[in-house]
Design a protein around this ligand. Structure first.
Ligand code: NAD
Length: 389
């Protein structure tokens, strides 16, 4: 993300507000004095925290207050490196310790729901890594709890924030593709090597990887109304840094079909068994990972949706494929928690939407149920759509 000064952000926020973006967070922002920063605590000081903390520490809206990890030396190391005054070995100590406004949850996936609930009960806003809970029902209960306490809850990923996503969403809304009929997205690599939880019950390639494409395609095409899927395990045994040799329990290979309320049919494939020479930054991935077809045009997102760097588009009016939106405009996948901290401080509603995250969680659960039953699974959740006006 570009180094945005507070003034830059407020100028931009004022423009967004003038463009009548809803600002229901304003009531909360008014409780803060103009220069007050959002006091932030991070729980889970493993791999992804090393991506979040540099970004958060540069934000003019964030004051990093506490770090917490059940492996205490990780919390201590993070605190030392990022000048965080407090560190704790347990959530109870974190919640009883130095005051803060927002908890960022970057622990093992299976712990998210439990920890997020504890933070909400303690009166904290929450940004959670994906998934924000272990099931749709648990996630919906968290949202109801947050609302009852006038708190905010958000879930990763932040793919809807990229300018490429915004361009694709606008192009669809403006009818540049005609009637959108079909879409495909894919993301995979050979799987994390450091922690067992990715392969245990409640882990899996769908909530870790497929979640990005599911967020992108539902964000672009609108809520899905039914899902069919096949999932399986290609590599039943793995060796991971924190647990040696393990049995893989969660799916490491998935194909998901969605029927969107608009009528479009889309497909997401993801897995932990994809040869991937493009590096963790994704910069070497120069081919499309998302393709969308309509009756008057097609669009391809170049690079991964979490690190895009272009959109190739051909339409009835311009049949020669053109490479567009080549500037990331400061978007990086690590920005989610920083962006919602800005939103809490300024009262401007972010594009990232918790109901969207819950919908994606319901799709993941439905995909698993479809695999178990061989059935097409109907969905009940929706989210505010279109996401970009
Ligand atoms: N690693 C990445 O590049 C990456 C990228 C995007 C999203 N994510 C997501 O971030 C989350 C964490 O992944 P990771 O790769 O950082 O895992 P990790 O294993 O490296 O880190 C998880 C940390 O959480 C701690 N932890 C577990 N339970 C805890 C508890 N109850 N209280 C406090 N601390 C606890 C662990 O000790 C560990 O240090 C996952 O949801 C993952 O899908 C990871």
């Amino acid at each position: 993300m570009k180094n945005l000064t507070r003034r830059d952000f407020l100028d931009r926020s004022a423009k967004l507000a003038a463009a009548s973006i809803l600002a229901p967070l304003a009531a909360h922002a008014l409780e803060l004095s103009p220069d007050k920063k959002i006091k932030v605590a991070i729980i889970g000081c493993g791999s992804v925290s090393t991506q979040y903390l540099p970004h958060l520490s540069k934000s003019p809206f964030v004051e990093l207050v506490s770090a917490c990890d059940i492996i205490p030396e990780r919390a201590k190391r993070a605190a030392e490196k990022y000048n965080i005054p407090n560190h704790y070995p347990h959530i109870d100590a974190l919640l009883a310790g130095a005051n803060f406004d927002l908890m960022i949850t970057t622990t093992d996936m299976q712990e998210h729901g439990r920890l997020n609930k504890m933070a909400l009960l303690a009166g904290k806003h929450v940004w959670s890594e994906k998934p924000l809970a272990n099931s749709y029902a648990e996630g919906k209960a968290l949202l109801d709890l947050a609302k009852s306490k006038n708190l905010h809850l958000w879930g990763a990923p932040a793919v809807v924030n990229s300018p490429q996503f915004a361009f694709m969403a606008r192009s669809i809304q403006e009818g540049k593709l005609g009637k959108v009929s079909a879409a495909h997205a894919h993301y995979g690599h050979l799987g994390p090597t450091w922690s067992a939880f990715f392969y245990e019950q409640g882990g899996g390639s769908l909530p870790d990887l497929g979640v990005y494409n599911l967020a992108s395609l539902t964000g672009l095409l609108g809520p899905a109304k039914s899902v069919m899927a096949m999932t399986n395990i290609i590599t039943p045994d793995r060796v991971v840094d924190n647990n040696g040799k393990i049995k893989v329990v969660a799916e490491d290979n998935a194909m998901v079909l969605m029927e969107h309320a608009s009528g479009a049919l889309s497909h997401v494939q993801c897995g932990f068994n994809y040869f991937d020479p493009y590096g963790h930054e994704g910069a070497g991935q120069e081919k499309p990972t998302i393709s969308i077809w309509g009756t008057k045009g097609n669009m391809n997102l170049i690079g991964y949706d979490w690190a895009p760097f272009g959109v190739d588009m051909a339409t009835l009016d311009n049949e020669k494929t053109a490479r567009l939106v080549t500037d990331a405009e400061g978007y990086v996948w690590q920005q989610g928690a920083t962006v919602i901290s800005q939103s809490l401080a300024t009262g401007i509603e972010p594009r990232i939407n918790v109901e969207h995250a819950l919908h994606v969680l319901e799709v993941i659960e439905a995909a698993r149920r479809s695999q178990e039953t061989g059935m097409r699974i109907a969905l009940k959740s929706i989210f505010p759509y279109p996401m970009v006006s």
